[in-house]
Design a protein around this ligand. Structure first.
Ligand code: C2O
Ligand code: CU
Length: 728
């Protein structure tokens, strides 16, 4: 049984335990001593079973059982033992002797119901509060159970039979415990999490920049950025000052990125360069956000929020070393819009996070983004203002960067390949003269649009053909909030890149299910077979792409239908490909370690109480900000205690997966920008903090992000002139 299943099973047992204890009490009160005795025995057995499930869960990590071990199980144990000792013998006598009146006595009913309340505290606590158990919630829980017992006692006893002083004392104790717990809830919580690193020198995030900017070598481009927002004006930026020319693996030498005078830099000073790298060109794009009705391939029309009237928006393509310049205008998206370059480690000032790196672009305003195309691979862009709604409604598009030299990851591609667009490029596997078979390069973003699954803007099967022998690359992008499962039938293939990063030694795949997390990308590569149709299915039901050999190649064998791959085992990407050296690993010395326990519970989010998706028991903006210093090696432990999948996404950095559920990756090094933490899973990932800025660190199920699952990772010397409170 997986830990995720066990979490659900434990919850089920907990609910049953409470139900049987309460049922036993109710039956006793109704003088049904036989039923009461049977339920009592069942309750006792289930209570012991709870201890057993908790013990197994504890094997997966302390986080999964913390509140059970410290609070709810001891509470149940005490109440259960009291019930067994006080009510048990009487109940047995009542049932054996047929003395129904005995069963209805308070000495039987109250302990049984009391055990029921205590048992109920388990699932109620787990569902409403979750991780972690606090000094405040513990006493309140005990007081509530105590109060419920007193009330029950009061109701089932004849008033005269109660010893008044005892009752008064009990009420007073319950009240005191409850008040103490409530009081503790007001103890201020920490605002930052140092992750075990050295204490911060200062943290001025949230305060306006004071004009002392960094980057003495910066080029003055004051009026080129942030037009219409006014916020970036007057700042300088330091081109390529911070690892923009770095390697594709995300590792940079921990050089000293010295802050400017005073040691403080506003995020608005951390902008992209104004010139491409040597050999590159500047690629200019203009995108206008506007509402529009888009027509899907079936003719179906959907009301959308779009870039340039299209969903997905215009593809942004570039060759490694180019300068990408995107001028965003907002025509009429009233809630505002920005562009975030998902998975692309742009300088912080280009990251498109409203309230943190810029103000949202309102109708009539504009903002220009500039960054070097220095990561080859498949990426995407999307709005980050009310992103749950904005992305769902269509404010996203593809970003594909190809290599200048045509490396192995770049077998077939070139600028101009857009979402499900004509990507035939005529380039060969070696990047040599285009004499041989032209390749096919398709970018296929999956999205749920108006209730239907679309690839690009196709809500019907995409029919394409390719010449036998032609190299084919399919770039799968998940722009939804939940994972999608892909299967490819009709040809062996390789998963050559994940999240834009080439895998090392990816083996040939046949009958495999590919689970693509929200926000993630998989690049598949194969050689077009001569006499077979290749079929890409989404979620085992939607026929996404049907690729047939070009005419004249003889009759194509059928690839089957969309449902055929339903039983194929899911590929475990942590064990796929071959190991290779990494700049750091599980044995490295980490400067900071952060643990994020993901759960659900009641929390305050910006003043409003919310049944939130929580991190360490809190919701945005109350989750402590993680503070790092430039050059540090940082390790995250991400634990999912909830029953939802959380695709975790850190802006501005790719993380190296160290282990999942305690097992180190055994395949290719995995550099991800979005890792899918399923219920019960524990991921260990690491990254080098080499991209100074203020970064979002959040769940890419954007509905979860909207409900609190967002925090910030800040370099300690970077500040923002904006309100600093962006949550999604
Ligand atoms: Cu694609 Cu903040 O995310
Ligand atoms: Cu989530």
């Amino acid at each position: 049984m997986s830990v995720g299943t066990l979490i659900t099973f434990d919850l089920l047992v907990a609910v049953l335990t409470a139900a049987t204890w309460l049922g036993a009490g109710a039956a006793a009160a109704l003088r049904r001593s036989g039923i009461a005795l049977a339920l009592f025995v069942a309750a006792a057995v289930l209570s012991v079973a709870r201890v057993a499930t908790a013990a197994v869960l504890a094997g997966a990590g302390w986080w999964f059982v913390q509140e059970k071990v410290t609070l709810t199980l001891p509470l149940l144990a005490v109440a259960g033992v009291v019930a067994a000792a006080v009510a048990g013998p009487r109940l047995v006598r009542a049932a054996r002797g047929g003395r129904a009146d005995l069963a209805g006595r308070p000495a039987v009913v109250v302990p049984l119901l009391g055990a029921g309340y205590a048992a109920a505290a388990g699932p109620v606590y787990a569902l409403l509060l979750g991780y972690p158990a606090t000094w405040s919630a513990g006493p309140v829980t005990v007081a509530l159970v105590g109060a419920a017992v007193l009330l029950t006692w009061r109701i089932v006893s004849a008033p005269a039979s109660l010893p008044a002083p005892a009752v008064r004392t009990a009420v007073a104790v319950a009240l005191a415990v409850g008040l103490a717990g409530t009081g503790l809830a007001f103890v201020p919580a920490p605002e930052t999490d140092m992750g075990g690193g050295p204490p911060t020198r200062h943290l001025a995030a949230g305060h306006p920049a004071d004009g002392r900017t960094a980057g003495a070598t910066g080029t003055h481009t004051a009026d080129e950025h942030a037009t219409g927002t006014g916020a970036g004006a007057g700042t300088e930026h330091a081109p390529e000052a911070h690892g923009n020319g770095g390697s594709a693996t995300g590792e940079h030498a921990p050089e000293a990125h010295e802050a400017g005078a005073g040691g403080v830099r506003p995020v608005t000073a951390l902008r992209g360069p104004s010139e491409p790298a040597p050999g590159g060109t500047t690629r200019r794009f203009a995108l206008t956000a506007r509402t529009a009705t888009v027509t899907l391939s079936s003719g179906r029309r959907v009301a959308a929020w779009t870039f340039d009237g299209k969903v997905p928006g215009p593809p942004i393509t570039a060759v490694e070393g180019d300068l990408v310049e995107v001028r965003l205008r907002n025509a009429d998206v009233t809630s505002g819009v920005t562009i975030h370059w998902h998975g692309y480690d742009v300088p912080a000032g280009e990251d498109g996070v409203p309230g943190l790196t810029q103000d949202a672009v309102r109708p009539g305003q504009e903002f220009t983004y500039r960054f070097l195309a220095n990561q080859v691979g498949t990426y995407w862009y999307h709005t980050h203002e009310v992103s749950d709604i904005g992305v769902r409604k269509g404010l996203y598009g593809m970003l594909v960067v190809t290599s200048r030299t045509g490396g192995p990851a770049d077998r077939v591609s070139g600028p101009g390949s857009g979402p499900a667009s004509d990507g035939e490029t005529g380039r060969t596997r070696d990047g040599g003269p285009a004499a041989s078979t032209p390749g096919l390069d398709l970018t296929l973003p999956v999205h749920t649009f108006g209730g239907v699954t679309v690839l690009g803007d196709h809500d019907r099967t995409i029919e394409r053909s390719a010449a036998p022998g032609a190299p084919v690359r399919l770039r799968l992008v998940n722009t939804d909030n939940t994972p999608h499962r892909f299967t490819l039938a009709g040809t062996p293939y390789r998963l050559v890149a994940v999240d834009g990063q080439d895998l090392n030694g990816p083996g040939e795949l046949g009958r495999a299910g590919l689970r693509l997390p929200a926000g993630g990308r998989y690049d598949l590569a194969f050689t077009m077979p001569a006499a077979r149709t290749v079929l890409l299915a989404v979620d085992d039901r939607t026929e996404g792409l049907r690729l047939s050999p070009q005419e004249g190649a003889g009759s194509a064998g059928a690839a089957g239908s969309a449902g055929d791959g339903a039983g194929w085992p899911e590929l475990d990407i942590t064990r796929y490909g071959t190991p290779a050296g990494t700049p750091f690993g599980p044995g490295s010395r980490f400067d900071r370690r952060f643990t994020l326990v993901l759960d659900r519970g009641l929390a305050f989010s910006g003043g409003r109480p919310l049944y939130a998706h929580t991190v360490n028991g809190r919701a945005f903006p109350s989750i402590p900000t993680q503070v790092v210093r430039d050059g540090e090696l940082v390790r995250f432990t991400v634990v999912n205690r909830s029953r939802d999948t959380h695709p975790w996404h850190l802006h501005g950095h790719r993380v190296l997966v160290l282990s999942r559920d305690g097992r180190a990756t055994s395949g290719s090094p995995l550099w991800l920008d979005t890792f899918d933490v399923r219920p019960g899973e524990v991921w260990e990932v690491a990254f080098r903090a080499a991209n100074p800025g203020l970064w979002m660190n959040h769940c890419h199920n954007l509905a979860h992000a909207d409900q609190g699952m967002v925090l910030h990772l800040n370099y300690e010397d970077v500040t923002t002139p904006f309100h600093g409170a962006h949550g999604g």
